[in-house]
Design a protein around this ligand. Structure first.
Ligand code: ADP
Ligand code: MG
Length: 255
């Protein structure tokens, strides 16, 4: 498909955990250059979709496909997916004792270099300085162990730092805004908006309009019962904020 716009494409995806079906035929296309918000009540499959995108082995893909720039990634390990430019910011980032943020970032960037090419110190350090500045974060933070003892806000900030350093083509953010105060929320939004541009596509999973006040989405989709039941523009998120989810649940029940 020469000339076609590059995109992250989810095709009729059905996923279960054990015997329990969770995603029941999700289709979504996110072209580069667009950020889509994914909303919906708790327990309806949003995090499952995020985890399946990055390749969490706990989730069983029964049918459908996930394509990154036209290439199916279903058979790829999480690491290979990340090298294709997919980045997932977790709802609950893990703590990695013994590995400093600086070393973690250096290894991650080195791993993305072609065989035999060294990551230069000034390239790394320059990039790090710029990213820390966007996040309004002191340089001393990078000598701390990754996420260890971090507050909720610091963990989210550390996810955004990784994102700024790795410069992914597609980001998936799973409730990166949950539990954040207004200042931390602004920092997260600043990081995303910094990366935003014609080469970046993304799915921003969130419950609330407040993050979307800072990161205005191009499209909004609502997931209920493992299906996309409604899609629209930013006004859809505003309506959900005003009226809650009852009306989309009714739509889902009728479908
Ligand atoms: P959301 O992010 O929309 O709140 P989730 O994707 O986390 O929803 O969960 C959707 C449904 O799948 C829930 O009923 C949840 O209990 C179930 N589920 C998700 N992950 C697992 C798992 N690892 N084991 C068992 N059930 C799971
Ligand atoms: Mg969730």
């Amino acid at each position: 498909m020469a000339g076609a716009r590059k995109c992250l494409e989810i095709r009729d995806l059905r996923v279960r955990v054990g015997d329990q079906p969770i995603l029941q035929g999700i289709s979504l296309t996110v072209p580069r250059g667009e950020l889509h918000a994914l909303m919906g009540p708790n327990g309806n499959g949003k995090s499952t979709l995020a985890k399946v995108l990055i390749g969490d082995p706990e989730y069983l893909v029964e049918s459908g496909d996930i394509l990154v720039d036209g290439e199916s990634v279903l058979e790829l390990e999480p690491d290979a997916r990340s090298r294709l430019g997919l980045f997932l910011a977790f709802q609950y980032p893990v703590e990695v004792p013994g590995v400093t943020i600086a070393n973690f970032l250096r290894l991650a960037l080195q791993a993305r270099k072609p065989e035999g090419e060294e990551l230069g110190f000034s390239e790394f350090y320059g990039k790090l300085q710029r990213a820390l500045k966007v996040l309004d974060w002191d340089e001393s933070i990078v000598e701390r162990y990754l996420n260890q003892g971090f507050s909720g806000g610091e963990k989210k900030r550390s996810e955004i730092l990784q994102m700024l350093m790795l410069e992914p083509n597609y980001i998936v953010m799973d409730e990166t805004d949950s539990g954040l105060d207004v200042d931390a929320l602004r920092v997260v939004a600043r990081g995303v908006n910094q990366l935003r541009g014609p080469e970046l596509g993304g799915l921003i999973i969130t419950h609330y309009q407040r993050l979307l006040d800072h990161i205005v989405p191009d499209r909004v989709h609502v997931i209920v019962g493992g299906r996309v039941v409604q899609s629209g523009g930013p006004e859809l998120a505003e309506r959900l904020d005003r009226e809650g989810y009852d009306w989309v649940k009714e739509l889902a029940a009728q479908a």
